[in-house]
Design a protein around this ligand. Structure first.
Ligand SMILES: Cc1cc2nc3c(=O)[nH]c(=O)nc-3n(C[C@H](O)[C@H](O)[C@H](O)COP(=O)(O)OP(=O)(O)OC[C@H]3O[C@@H](n4cnc5c(N)ncnc54)[C@H](O)[C@@H]3O)c2cc1C
Length: 399
């Protein structure tokens, strides 16, 4: 039998079943209220540590589960089916912090930090974006200046940081990976380094919790401030000036798992519109008998199946910890984020007025889906990257 890339092994099947059951029992019932109240469910995120999912791709010796990209995709898809906002908080912790750290930190740093973030005792975030620099990553203005004792002084502001604050009182993330400028090379190119900032370090604080987001309201988004923040030499991750590799490698896994979140949204919306089209009658017949309704459902099914195949095929071939897999990590996010938003939109249309209110979930998923066209790279950045990569390697088109 040909291998099913969606559930390639028995372990993957068991993982999917476990996360699906857990999501139904614990994530689904709290999704609506956390969206309405713009509240992050910190305790529920910590519970994922007990399931071995907070360090899903981290080494087992430090409390991780050492699972592959397919497993990462599955978990994001399943959580997002019920609550994309909660799934985004999970992604920021497990992919943007833990996975990045696990692949770029030294052994001393891993032994010190990983057990705490894999268990959920500490919650992590990754701070790349700034108030004046998003897509233009090299345009960042945060700086870290090396002191004579080897420590660094970090100054700057970071914007839009998921898990940047843990509550409404401005409690900052326990640990954050922060990218900052540490100099220029001989050609005048900006050099970026990665720093581990820990709660309690002087000069590290939350500027604001960002409120009134369109969607993903169950995740906290914050501005972080670094004001003369002293970072010990032991908290430099990797070599000074070498962080473009960390950043780019991690962005690829981020894009793949954000695409997986789109897949969860698409599957849920398809499920809801299909059910509703059977239950609802108009003019004496089920609305699924109407050709225009059939177009919404038929087109959504085809898009859902296409995104599912592309995402799981990419995950199957994806090597965690290796950079250079951008063509398809950008490709899946470009395709899946747009498709999910279109499917959510179709679901609202099929459900009429009921689709427009919270009870049937799809209006929340429609709002959440929009973020996936922006966060982790905008649609335009994916289009640019793909076009650039295809100019360098046109042979992949005919492979
Ligand atoms: C809810 C949320 C959570 C987030 N979480 C995090 C996080 O945890 N960590 C983090 O570091 N960041 C995070 N971000 C930031 C996110 O990654 C950025 O918003 C995104 O990269 C876009 O950057 P920007 O908002 O500065 O837009 P800009 O880069 O200013 O873009 C504005 C517009 O210009 C377009 N544009 C820019 N450059 C080009 C170009 N060269 N060619 C064509 N068009 C271009 C863009 O595509 C976009 O349409 C988050 C954002 C949100 C909204």
């Amino acid at each position: 039998m040909p291998e099913d890339h969606t559930n390639p092994t028995e372990e993957h099947q068991m993982l999917r079943a476990m996360v699906r059951d857990w999501t139904k029992e614990f994530v689904e019932p709290q999704a609506h209220v956390h969206d309405t109240q713009e509240k992050f469910n910190l305790e529920l995120l910590r519970d994922l540590g007990g399931l071995g999912l907070l360090g899903i791709s981290a080494p087992e010796e430090y409390g991780g589960s050492n699972l592959d990209a397919t497993a990462c995709v599955m978990v994001h898809e399943e959580l997002s089916y019920s609550d994309p906002g909660f799934a985004l908080a999970f992604l920021a912790h497990s992919m943007l912090f833990v996975n990045n750290f696990a692949h770029n930190a030294n052994e001393e740093q891993k032994a010190r930090i990983l057990p705490k973030v894999c268990s959920g005792e500490w919650i992590g975030a990754m701070a790349m974006s700034e108030p004046d620099a998003g897509t233009d990553v090299l345009g960042l203005s945060s700086t870290a200046t090396k002191q004579v004792d080897g420590s660094y002084i970090l100054n700057g502001r970071k914007m839009w940081i998921t898990n940047g604050c843990l509550d409404d009182q401005g409690t900052p993330a326990d640990v954050v990976l922060v990218y900052a400028k540490t100099g220029e090379d001989e050609h005048g190119r900006v050099q970026i380094s990665t720093f581990l900032v820990e709660a309690g370090m002087e000069g590290y604080s939350v500027g604001q919790k960002i409120m009134d987001k369109t969607g993903m309201r169950a995740s906290n988004t914050a501005e972080l401030v670094f004001d003369g923040c002293k970072i010990p030499a032991a908290n430099l991750i990797g070599e000074e000036g070498q962080s473009m590799v960390h950043m780019m490698g991690n962005l690829e896994l981020e894009r793949l798992t954000l695409a997986a979140m789109s897949l969860g949204i698409a599957r849920r919306c398809l499920h809801e519109m299909n059910q509703y089209a059977s239950d609802r009658t108009a003019f004496g017949q089920s609305i699924r008998e109407f050709g225009q309704i059939q177009k919404y459902i038929g087109d959504s099914w085809a898009k859902y199946r296409a995104m599912r195949a592309y995402i799981y095929d990419t995950a199957y071939n994806y090597q965690i910890g290796c950079a250079g897999q951008r063509l398809d990590s950008d490709g899946v996010k470009l395709f899946a984020s747009v498709a999910a938003k279109e499917i959510a939109d179709a679901a609202i249309q099929v459900m009429g007025g009921y689709g427009y209110v919270a009870e049937y979930h799809v209006e929340r998923l429609w709002r959440d889906s929009k973020l996936l066209e922006i966060g982790g790279g905008t649609l335009e950045s994916h289009q640019k990257n793909i076009t650039r990569d295809l100019s360098k390697s046109p042979e992949v088109i005919n492979e």
